[in-house]
Design a protein around this ligand. Sequence first.
Ligand SMILES: *Cc1c(COP(=O)(O)O)cnc(C)c1O
Length: 373
Amino acid sequence: MSVPFLPFSRPTIDEATIVAVADVLRSGWITSGPKVQAFEAQLSEYFGGRLVRTFNSGTCTMEIALRIAGIGPGDEVITTPISWVATSNVILEVGATPIFADIDPVTRNIDLDKVEAAITPRTKAIIPIYLAGLPVDMDRLYAIAQKHNLRVIEDAAQALGSSWKGRRIGAFGDFVSFSFQANKNITTSEGGCLVLNNADEARLAEKYRLQGVTRSGFDGIEVDVLGGKFNMTDIAATIGLGQFAHIEEITAKRRMLARQYFASFGPDFEARYGAQLPVADFENSNWHMFQLVLPERMPRAEFMARMMDKSIGIGYHYPPIHLFKLYRERGFREGMFPIAERVGRQIVTLPMFAAMTESDVERAVAAVKSVLQ
Ligand SMILES: *Cc1c(COP(=O)(O)O)cnc(C)c1O
């Protein structure tokens, strides 16, 4: 009677991609090269011709965007407490001060009213994230940024394939950062990309990603900024190219699975079980995740353990960042962002990946209902 384990996420790599990676491995050129250039060109086309540079993570893309924007000590950057800790670690990394604004309990994204209230003369930038792929109100976000002369570094790590009023996330706006980590909608195993505004920013991005180096002629090497080692390999870019061929079908499949989740949970699920479903958005979201907020009576660890007994993997995205020790040491404490704390205590991520089937969704929903009964 044993049933196969259903993880909350699993990448799908097709055979053509595996063959293409083997070709790169045999080619004699395995670090950044023609495949990285081809992947950047493909991404640029996807984002309406905007300039794109790739990196070895979605974390360093945000750090580099902050550096390009000249943000550092004495500057404040507003972000959400409900994200992967990378989002605010990069603010600390450049020596700036993270300022959190609480989330909206329905979208679970940063509350733009609270962003506005948190702006001071030292605010230099906003880093919104689009949790589970659901964008914030992009018109409002950029109206706030424009009014207060702020840069925006969109942490769109989860939002590849998402859109806002028919425009792709990444095809407009200021800096837009994506991640290709293994759980994301498309992966390069590890990696990321940054959408930039102009050639000067792109040149700086190239410097920051490789030790600040500019090359010229046969042997010219100059270093004029402190860069790091953040370049993507041709191996990773080849995986990305293979994945990218399926972006439309991946997004369509996830939307279909999300619709199945809603149908299986049924219209009375929230009232009967006291759990909160996500916003039913089938226009903008890429359905990177399908997340429930559990009722207070159900401890999350118990829920996760009982789902595991039914061979279903449950994810946890995310613990409130301001309650980590590193952040408590900087003066943050319980009670500062009550909505983030409540959601962060009870949120769970159900299985959602392109290779899932209708019966996987039904199995997951039946298990959730039985555990919450
Ligand atoms: C995955 C993710 C990151 C980090 O991306 P990496 O590629 O793992 O560095 C940052 N922010 C959010 C919201 C993410 O989901």
